[in-house]
Design a protein around this ligand. Structure first.
Ligand code: GLN
Length: 268
């Protein structure tokens, strides 16, 4: 595990060399309507998924340079149910919602948390997993819980719920903009923690476990920050795809496929 996640970090840092991490760049679809594809279900037979593959075990780049993990497997199972070919494109987390809105992608699976702000720009499917925001600190840190983050520098991944909570005003339970340092992905935030550039990192629990396992001298605090639901997202108003994906998810939950995929990657 340790070696694997280190390799992942190296992979993330040389992302520009990976040329899309095993996925083809999206090509214009000859069948797409001239308006750029808004409201069309799926742009042909391909389900164009986008994700940020620096979020193990939900998504990471495997030894073959392909995007793998829980979300890749769930998306493959959904695509199979829909009789579609799955194409995965890796991009920055903050680019995911714009990719969906512009019509260059059909679906996001990215350990993405359902929240009201995002619901204004995309439609979420039913939830398929739970997440918890946790705090990573160096072993021996005086930070023992969320309250101790006051006056500290907190590393987060840009545009995530961890970013939203921490950068919010103190009245809303946050620590303010000045308390937050933003990074393109979790591994980079943890690298900053190891360098002493931040005092803590707030991130989802499963990636936190992978990152702590990969790096000496870090621990996850017992006090969790908040519970969340993960879901896939589709373009707002694309009820045709939304309904199909929800029907597929229901079947995949009922026959145990989702539980199997989660159990393969998540060991309590
Ligand atoms: N669950 C968090 C969010 O939705 C982080 C997801 C991620 O970094 N891939 O903001």
């Amino acid at each position: 595990m340790k070696k694997f996640v280190c390799a992942l970090l190296a992979g993330v840092m040389s992302m520009s060399l990976l040329a899309g991490c095993g996925s083809k760049p999206t090509e214009p679809d000859a069948n797409a309507p001239a308006d750029g594809g808004e409201n069309n279900t799926t742009a042909g037979e391909t389900l164009r998924m986008v994700t940020n593959a620096a979020f193990a075990p939900y998504e990471f780049v495997d030894d073959n340079g392909e995007v793998a993990g829980i979300d890749a497997e769930i998306a493959a199972a959904i695509a199979e149910k829909l009789g579609m070919k799955l194409e995965i494109t890796d991009m920055a987390f903050e680019s995911l919602l714009p990719a969906l809105q512009s019509g260059s992608a059909d679906i996001i699976l990215a350990g993405m948390t359902v929240n009201a702000e995002r619901q204004e720009s995309v439609d979420f499917t039913d939830s398929y997993a739970k997440g918890v925001q946790v705090i990573i600190v160096p072993e021996g840190s005086e930070i023992a819980g969320p309250d101790d983050l006051n006056g500290k520098q907190i590393g987060v991944q840009t545009g995530t719920t961890g970013d939203q909570y921490c950068s919010d005003t103190p009245e809303n339970g946050g620590f303010g903009e000045d308390a937050v340092q933003r990074y393109d992905n979790g591994p980079l935030a943890v690298a900053a923690l190891l360098n002493g550039q931040v005092d803590a990192v707030v991130i989802d629990n499963e990636p936190a476990k992978a990152l702590v396992a990969a790096n000496e001298g870090l621990k996850i605090l017992d006090t969790a920050y908040t519970d969340e639901d993960y879901a896939a997202a589709v373009q707002k108003g694309n009820t045709e795809l939304l309904d199909k994906v929800n029907a597929a998810l229901e079947e995949l939950k009922a026959d145990g496929t989702i539980d199997e995929i989660l159990a393969k990657y998540i060991h309590e």
